[in-house]
Write a new protein. Structure first.
Length: 141
């Protein structure tokens, strides 16, 4: 008795739709990634001062931001009350006593709030607190 010539069903997974979905997701992430900014937007005052190292060269630096509403922010946009700011400074000093510290104060914020941030940081144990400004435009030099 002869066997009938039957084909076995093909059992392969078609990955082309998965690749299409992955490419669409990749494009979406590439378009939206530049739009996602961490931190607080501040309009820095301008001053002719010696340039300091870039943020990427000072990863251990503690930068406190005072926005135009006088609120304190630290480490990528985490809002802090004054007592929380002191605790954060003390915790950073416990990790590294030589931690450099800077205040980025918005040009439109009351100077009192910038000074308050500096005083809190010094009372928490920092000896030196620097101010971050924008350089003046080239035509103003």
């Amino acid at each position: 008795m002869a066997r009938p010539n039957r084909r076995r069903p093909m059992s392969q997974i078609n990955v082309v739709p998965y690749i299409d979905v992955m490419l669409v997701l990749l494009v979406i992430f590439m378009v939206t990634a530049p739009l996602l900014q961490t931190g607080v937007d501040v309009d820095l005052p301008q001053a002719a001062a010696r340039a300091m190292a870039a943020d990427s060269e000072l990863p251990e630096a503690l930068v406190v931001v005072v926005d135009r509403n006088g609120q304190f922010f630290v480490e990528g946009g985490r809002r802090l009350a004054p007592d929380e700011l002191a605790e954060t400074v003390q915790a950073r000093l416990a990790q590294n006593p030589q931690t450099p510290a800077y205040v980025r104060g918005d040009r439109h914020v009351e100077y009192q709030r910038v000074v308050e941030a500096m005083v809190i940081m010094q009372q928490a144990g920092l000896d030196k607190v620097g101010l971050i400004t924008d350089p003046p435009p080239d035509d103003a030099r």
